[in-house]
Design a protein around this ligand. Sequence first.
Ligand SMILES: Cc1cc2nc3c(=O)[nH]c(=O)nc-3n(C[C@H](O)[C@H](O)[C@H](O)COP(=O)(O)OP(=O)(O)OC[C@H]3O[C@@H](n4cnc5c(N)ncnc54)[C@H](O)[C@@H]3O)c2cc1C
Length: 344
Amino acid sequence: MKDFLIVGSGLAGLSVARHLEFKNASFDIISDTTQQSSRIAGGIINPVAVKRMKPAWQVEEYLPYAKTFYQSINNAFQEEIYSRKILNVFVHDIEQENNWYQAYDKARLKSFISSQVFKNKNQNLNIGKIGKIKAGIIHLTTLYQCLKHHYQKQWVSETFKHDKLEINESYLTYQNVSYKHIVFCEGFGVTQNPFFNHLGIYGNKGDYLIFKSKALQIKELYKAKYFLIPLSKDLYKFGATYQRKPLNHEPSNEARSQMMEALDNMISVPYKIVRQVCGIRPTTKDRRPVVGTHKKHKNIHILNGFGSRGVMTSPKLGQKLVKHILTDEKLDPEISIRRFDAQI
Ligand SMILES: Cc1cc2nc3c(=O)[nH]c(=O)nc-3n(C[C@H](O)[C@H](O)[C@H](O)COP(=O)(O)OP(=O)(O)OC[C@H]3O[C@@H](n4cnc5c(N)ncnc54)[C@H](O)[C@@H]3O)c2cc1C
């Protein structure tokens, strides 16, 4: 019998896998590619909720752990997974400028944001003033490729069929293999999961444009209405949009027009759209992740609800879930699945 079966190989599933590996637990991963969130996401680690100029939720706990987690993958695989990046935030008007200075006076923000608002000197950008945030970026494709290769012997590329899972008191069987536990990390795919369809996880679709511009020559991150993210070889990612409907994986024309209008306003050099990608954010009503164990089935678990900031929070939350399962460590009520028990 193996210890674990993990369903899903996005940020949630990979975090659980890594923490199980740290504990020398045996596991398999079964995953399809019906959900794309972790593969197309911007990968930005931003410690500040820019709209309200507040620290991101529990940033003091999640950020240092995320940095150590990704850095250890950098070291183990000799690939650049994590890079520090400055995020330049467009400061529109005097009110926003005042807010920036007030935010800098707050102890929890001081270490993340610049003490000043600067005049933008980059002629290629139609931006007046900018504030600077110490942010980071995770190269999600590289992360996925490294870990998929690392776990290749345990990795099954197919769709998990929930009705084929046999549940016993102390073990589960799937396709003739027995496991002590199963962890569902399906992102928005959880809406098809009969064990967890009471959680009310809903989708929020996001589109990005990928464009090429030789003239733009930008190395840092920028944010006006959307994020501008430099990739390699003169390519950039621009977005992302938020759309509640339709929740499909077809790039949206409406999103494309919105982003092109914003891009035309933001940059003053020629560019060519190369691609449009999209994914569905798995979001909870209270905007908090869902971590824990099914109320009736003690060997069925979940890590989900990463509607935003999954890049920063999934490493620590994967660790918390693994500790909860293996050593019965208590979960904070704010993240625990127990807050949904009344909905069953
Ligand atoms: C456009 C966009 C931009 C974003 N930008 C950022 C950002 O810059 N920073 C940030 O922190 N967050 C960002 N996010 C949010 C981030 O992407 C999510 O928090 C995170 O990727 C969710 O990871 P996950 O593992 O929960 O789900 P997913 O990435 O969706 O992974 C779920 C996996 O499970 C698989 N699966 C589902 N059902 C089954 C089944 N039955 N059988 C087998 N496999 C199954 C799916 O195919 C998929 O591989 C963004 C999201 C979007 C959509």
